[in-house]
Design a protein around this ligand. Sequence first.
Ligand SMILES: [Zn+2]
Length: 121
Amino acid sequence: MPPSPIHLCQCPSCQRDMPHPDQDRHRQMNLLISRLDEQQRRWYAALESTRLGHGGDEQIARITGLDPKTIRRGRRELASDLRERPAERVRAPGAGRPRAEKKRPEDRSGPARSRRAGNGR
Ligand SMILES: [Zn+2]
């Protein structure tokens, strides 16, 4: 799986031509986010948003390109100590395909092979 493209911050500080201390920081935030999985992104963005306080969700959304609703959800999850997100299960059931653990490729050829074996008899 190719790494996610790094989001370019859309905040006013990063849009101007003049160098600004925020630019490096925002770029690194997005660099970090590009290496995280979905829920880790959410929690990292939530943490940054909490640090900013009021209006943080919108600010972080503009910097990271994440949905403010996603960031709010991350804040809720962090506030409840990630109890609904046990550490041993990386992802919620049915939430898509795991990235790290690759499924065995022979699973796919399984049915086809048995069908072929049936014809051979
Ligand atoms: Zn920025």
